[in-house]
Ligand binder design. Structure first.
Ligand code: FAD
Length: 392
């Protein structure tokens, strides 16, 4: 077993990473959380601030401006961001993992040198463009965006939707069909720059949670991308997609852990100060029972999420998308998400009517918890992956 999964507790280096990220997130991200939620506002310059603090490019070699951390350490940063500002955590993970980590792992030397340092410093903002209006769970098979080769370029046409950071990104890892007749294996991956002609933001989407994180529908109209911006080989994009999705699932699960930790913290505070029947509600055993269940659920999420991140560290990076890692990353985010929904339900119940009010922090956390049942492949798709692995 990998050393980090044997420990079942964080070592000193890991504790230091979590502590640093917690301090940064509490000071720099938490103060923006309420305004981001109310106004669907994005704090410009926040990626640069995270970059200056060494909190971007976590899994990238320092040679390219990264921090050279493990997935476990990167997950701890994500957990801290999720705890203090889950909307920033989502945008950060789209940038740092879905875009940057994938480009770094699968890109050529040219691509690494051109894009990775700017993404690590936060001068460039990244996104991933996979899903489309007609291609969600069946993102590969139903994909309609095309990339047609013309000389040294490919010409992209089509739509992408629900793209996190879509309207603020400088660089997007886009998947498109180079062979429209090949259902899954006709896909190729490109790094595109949004400043170039033919890129359009169709709309900024209004959400029930994570509202400050900018989610958009995008359109490519005769968009020219140099052939040298292709990631991997033509027709091999399904590999980039599938191994990216495994790391994505492992890396978004800690957001749920951070949200749940914060929910327990403020539920304890509220239970101690809210008085009914002449005493704090924390005196009532049915409230205590909920707190005990919430704590136990959080400990279970923590154990699974950390051990799967450690498994990502010890896995062969280009071979993800199948086998145990495929099952376990699905299990991690599925358990973290469904359990967080139950934790948030209890947390709102402890807050009573206050928990139902939009302006309460627990309400903001409650409205966020559903997303991780859907994004990065739904609960149903995760169950398909796990059961297929068990039965084959
Ligand atoms: C806030 C947000 C941010 C996102 N960010 C990004 C991003 O940055 N980049 C990106 O590319 N995508 C992003 N997505 C898209 C996300 O990955 C998709 O929403 C997700 O994969 C589900 O696709 P869909 O929404 O089209 O649902 P559908 O695929 O239409 O599914 C609808 C329902 O049918 C079920 N279903 C579908 N197929 C099956 C099946 N075979 N068996 C059982 N049930 C099935 C689903 O589980 C679901 O319950 C984001 C989505 C959201 C909401």
């Amino acid at each position: 077993m990998h050393s980090e999964t044997n420990q079942f507790s964080l070592n000193e280096d890991q504790k230091a990473v979590l502590d640093t990220a917690n301090q940064f997130a509490k000071k720099e991200l938490y103060p923006h959380a309420e305004k981001m939620d109310n106004e669907e506002w994005w704090p410009d310059g926040i990626f640069k601030k995270m970059g200056d603090a060494g909190l971007i490019g976590l899994t990238v070699d320092p040679k390219y401006g990264g921090a050279g951390m493990s997935y476990v350490q990167a997950g701890l940063v994500c957990q801290a961001f999720g705890r203090w500002n889950h909307a920033v955590a989502l945008s950060w993970v789209a940038h740092d993992n879905l875009c940057l980590d994938n480009i770094y792992r699968n890109g050529s030397d040219y691509i690494r040198e051109k894009f990775v340092p700017g993404l690590c410093s936060g001068d460039l903002v990244g996104a991933l463009g996979l899903t489309e209006p007609g291609a969600g769970s069946d993102a590969l098979g139903s994909m309609r965006t095309t990339a047609k080769k013309e000389g040294d370029y490919y010409i992209l046409n089509g739509s992408k939707t629900y793209i996190t950071n879509g309207s603020i990104a400088d660089v997007i890892l886009v998947h498109a069909k180079t062979d429209i007749n090949n259902r899954k294996k006709g896909i190729s991956s490109f790094v595109i720059e949004t400043k170039n002609p033919g890129f359009k933001i169709v709309s900024k989407l209004k959400k029930m949670g994570y509202r400050g994180s900018q989610t958009s529908e995008l359109f490519f109209e005769n968009f020219k991308v140099p052939a040298k911006n292709m990631i991997g080989q033509e027709g091999q994009g399904h590999i980039t997609v599938m191994n990216g999705l495994d790391f994505e699932r492992a890396m978004i699960a800690p957001i749920a852990l951070g949200i749940s930790e914060r929910a327990l913290e403020i539920s304890i505070e509220y239970a101690k100060i809210r008085e009914q029947f002449g005493k704090p509600i924390s005196n009532f055993q049915m409230v205590q029972s909920k707190l005990a269940d919430m704590y136990t659920s959080i400990q279970s999420i923590r154990a699974l999420v950390y051990s799967v991140l450690a498994e990502c560290d010890s896995s062969e990076k280009k071979q993800a998308g199948k086998g145990k890692i495929h099952m376990n990353t699905s299990a991690s985010v599925m358990f973290a998400s469904t359990t967080t929904n139950k934790i948030l339900d209890y947390a709102v119940q402890i807050h009573g009517g206050m928990g139902y009010m939009w302006e309460s922090e627990i309400n903001r956390l409650y409205r966020s918890s559903k997303l991780l049942d859907i994004g990065a492949g739904t609960t149903e798709i995760r169950k398909k992956i796990i059961s297929k692995g068990l039965l084959e």
